[in-house]
Structures are given as C-alpha cells and as structure tokens.
Design a protein around this ligand. Structure first.
Ligand code: MF3
Ligand code: CO
Length: 261
C-alpha cells in the first residue's frame, strides 16, 4: 500500500531529514584517515539523540548501530566497528535513518577519505549523478520505471553495474513503505507516480560486476569481485513538475567545501 502524505506530513518529514542531514555534517567533519567507523557511529548517534530524534536503524531487525558504514568494496549495511580504521584513499558510504515527529528520514552519502584515485572519484560522481537523474523523474504522471531506467542507463553507460539486491523504497511512518524503487528497470513500467508519494531513492553502483556477497555478520554486503561501490540516497516527495527533495547534503557540502563533488 502506497501512502500519500499531506502537506503537513511532508513538512514533518522535511524536519526529520533536516536533522539527519545535520548529523551527516558532524560525521563529515570527523572523516579522516585514522578514524574508526565506530567513532563515526557514535557522533551520529549522539547528535541525533541530543536533538530529540530517534536513530531508527538501531534495533531495526536487530541491526546493532545508528549508521551503516560501508568501506570500499562494501556496498551497503557495513556495521560500524572500532576495528575498522579509515585509511588514506578509502571511500566510505554512510547510511542511516532518523525518526522525528513519527516520520522517518533516510539518506546516504559516499565520502572520499584523504586522497582517492581519480577513477574511484569518477564512480562517486557518476553515482551521485544517477541519484539526481532518478530524482528528476520523480514527478507526477511519470512511472516508477522511469526513475529506475534513468539510474540504470546512466550507470551502465559509464561502464558500471547496478546492485540489484538492495532497492530504494517508499518512506514515511514506516522506514520502508511501498513501492520498491529499483535502480534498474524499464521506462514506462510500474505504477504511476502521484503528488504526495514520498520515496527514498538510493542508487548503489558498483565499479566491477554486480554480484554481492553477505559477510558472516549477516549484514555487510560486499562486491564479490572486491571492486569499489558507491551509494547516495535522498528522500523526496513526488510533485507536479519537480520533485521536492526532503533530505539535504547541504551540511556535508559546507564541511567538504571545494572537495564536494
Ligand atoms: N537506510 C537503510 C535503507 O535505505 C536502512 C538500513 S537497514 C538497517 O533501507 F537495518 F541497517 F537499519
Ligand atoms: Co533507504
């Protein structure tokens, strides 16, 4: 069942997304060689709680942390750990959810750590472009497959693969609502998009082949061929003419300055 949100509910969702975006700004300040992913998780956790939010991944289906922190070939759902120390040249994807006013926010961002090879920076750039191309399609009257196609087409034209095991989703009072938003698909397929639908659009794009393996921790998904993967996510509201982006990368942008891509 797809729930359309009222204008008031959309504003509540903007607030929860704003808090998540601010938390990511704090995480961005800390990302550097030598930092552990557990430290990043604590920063996000404490910031969200201090501002009245609920870190809604924590405890979700038994997930043990506030953030997912996925490094290099890890695609998604990497578990923060004090054993994982960021190294110069790594990339790290952070993904997390906040609940505020009874509504969830969901957003993800892949950061370079120190000096990252140009070919990997290109993967990050293309994945972010996929996200915005998908969002461009999230308008009244288009179909779900238009979003999926836009993402897949851009990624594959660049020579990358689209992860198929994990997908975007509706979002609202539940972290995961209908519909599923695949990052691959056909133009003109799927349900018609309506004003007030709120979607978390989240391309996970892989430099190598698209096969993933789940590690023994039961969560971490990594590229089978151990090539890098990137993940960007924003929650949006479908509107006539132009999607309303509810999440924000603005606080990350402020921290990264001219390193923001
Ligand atoms: N943010 C993730 C998503 O897009 C949620 C992580 S699932 C968790 O669905 F179990 F790790 F919390
Ligand atoms: Co999501």
């Amino acid at each position: 069942m797809v729930f359309l949100k009222t204008d008031e509910e959309v504003e509540w969702m903007r607030q929860s997304n704003q808090l998540l975006g601010m938390a990511y700004g704090e995480v961005a300040k800390a990302i550097a060689p030598g930092v552990t992913t557990a430290q990043l998780d604590k920063i996000a956790h404490d910031f969200i709680c201090d501002h009245g939010g609920i870190p809604s991944c924590l405890g979700y289906e038994g997930y043990p942390a506030t953030l997912c922190t996925s490094v290099n070939e890890q695609v998604v759902h990497g578990i923060p750990s004090k054993e994982v120390v960021l190294q110069d040249g790594d990339i790290i994807s952070i993904d997390g959810c906040v609940q505020l006013n009874g509504f969830h926010a969901d957003s993800a961002y892949t950061f370079p750590v120190g000096d990252v090879k140009p070919e990997i920076m290109q993967l990050l750039k293309t994945t972010k472009e996929c996200l915005y191309l998908g969002i461009e399609q999230a308008v009244t009257g288009k179909r779900l497959g238009d979003i999926s196609f836009a993402i897949q087409n851009h990624a594959e034209k660049a020579g990358y693969s689209v992860c198929r095991e994990f997908v975007g989703h509706g979002i609202g009072r539940d972290m995961h609502e209908d519909p599923e938003v695949c990052n691959y698909g056909r133009r003109g397929n799927g349900i018609v998009l309506k004003s007030g639908m709120t979607l978390a659009i989240e391309p996970m794009i892989m430099m190598g082949r698209r096969n993933v393996i789940i590690e023994d921790d039961g969560w971490t998904a990594r590229a089978a061929d151990r090539k890098p993967a990137a993940h960007y996510e924003l929650s949006v509201c479908v509107r006539n003419g132009k999607a309303d982006i509810l999440s924000t990368f603005d606080y990350i942008k402020e921290v990264l300055g001219d390193r923001y891509i």
